[in-house]
Design a protein around this ligand. Structure first.
Ligand code: PBG
Ligand code: ZN
Length: 322
């Protein structure tokens, strides 16, 4: 005889009725990497299926995303010229400013979120201005520039600012810069709990943002620290963040659950480049059933407590969800 648990697993119809967590296309935010030029769609070997695109291609891509039901993107810019202070990021005609304007003009209904950091724009590849004495990023002078960069994004028409640099006080500084420039209606999605992770490797190939010396351990979090992870996100909430984030996802499901239980704000997870590439490569090698493992993983983020999922898998998952 069937015992208690197997009765409700007997057929797909019953299983569907008692399914506790569901993925939907509304959960997804798709990352896009934009550079100057025309007709450029350059695949990066370490991230099959992910491209650096020129602005016209990004506009075309957004159309495809809308047709799949994906309504939000997060934009990363790759500038033509890098320098010690990341000047391209502070200029209205820099790569992000131009891309956001074109994207919002062609697709006013697409939610365009802009990643806000300096590592793609500086010649040293760190996430802010260097303190020559400490040989790492100086916190407070970087805050001032982050505020300026946020206003550049908002003026271009960004719908949401997503600071990823893990500077102390970044949310407060950006909030006050936006408010002061007449953008108090623009929300901030903070990369509030971001670990110093080996999983970002392929992203740094795509975004051309690897640090030229050292690492990011003096600003990103130690993967060993659970209590600090919660404190980091709660501090960003106190500073005025509208949406919090945990990054990476797979190795940090416990942290997603911890933060979900510590706040009432919406919570995003960033399913990062290394997680995507590992799965792609394993699928290509015939080691796993790629689509099945992908959907299981994305579902796990929701089960852990994430509301929003930033993922390179979003298009593939959307096709399976219809
Ligand atoms: C920039 C930034 C990084 C990612 C998102 N924003 C890289 C880093 O911190 O070096 C990683 C995303 C990914 O791996 O997919 N600060
Ligand atoms: Zn950065």
């Amino acid at each position: 005889m069937f015992k208690r648990f197997r009765r409700l697993r007997l057929n797909p119809g019953i299983r569907r009725l008692v399914q506790e967590t569901r993925l939907s296309v509304e959960d997804f935010i798709y990352p896009l990497f934009v550079r100057s030029g025309e007709g450029i769609r350059r695949e990066i070997p370490s991230m099959p299926g992910v491209y650096q695109m020129s602005i016209d291609e990004v506009v075309r891509e957004a159309q495809e995303l809308k047709e799949l039901g994906i309504g939000a993107v997060i934009l990363f810019g790759i500038p033509d010229v890098k320098d010690s202070v990341g000047s391209d990021a502070l200029c209205d005609h820099g790569i992000i400013g131009r891309a956001v304007r074109a994207l919002k003009e062609a697709h006013p209904d697409m939610v365009v979120i802009t990643d806000l950091c300096f590592c793609e724009y500086t010649d040293h590849g760190h996430c802010g201005l260097l303190d020559p004495r400490l040989q790492t990023v100086d916190n407070d002078s970087t805050l001032e520039l982050l505020g300026k960069q946020a206003v550049v994004h908002a003026r271009a028409g960004s719908d949401m600012i997503a600071p990823s640099g893990m500077m102390d006080g970044m949310v407060e500084a950006i909030r006050s810069a936006l408010d002061g420039a007449g953008f108090s209606h623009i929300p901030i999605m903070s990369y509030s709990t971001k670990f110093a992770s080996g999983y970002y490797g392929p992203f740094r190939d795509v975004a051309e943002s690897a640090p030229s010396f050292g690492d990011r351990k003096s600003y990103q979090m130690d993967p060993a620290n659970r209590r600090e992870a919660i404190l980091e996100s709660l501090e960003d909430e106190r500073e005025g963040a509208d949406i919090l984030m945990v990054k990476p996802g797979l190795a940090y499901l416990d942290i997603i659950r911890d933060i979900r239980e510590a706040t009432l704000l919406p919570l995003a997870v960033y399913n990062v480049s290394g997680e995507y590439s590992m799965m792609k490569m394993a699928g290509r090698a015939g080691v796993i059933d790629y689509e099945r493992v992908m959907m299981e993983t994305l579902l796990a983020f929701k089960r852990a407590g994430a509301d929003l999922i930033i993922s390179y898998h979003a298009k593939e998952a959307a096709r399976l969800l219809v």
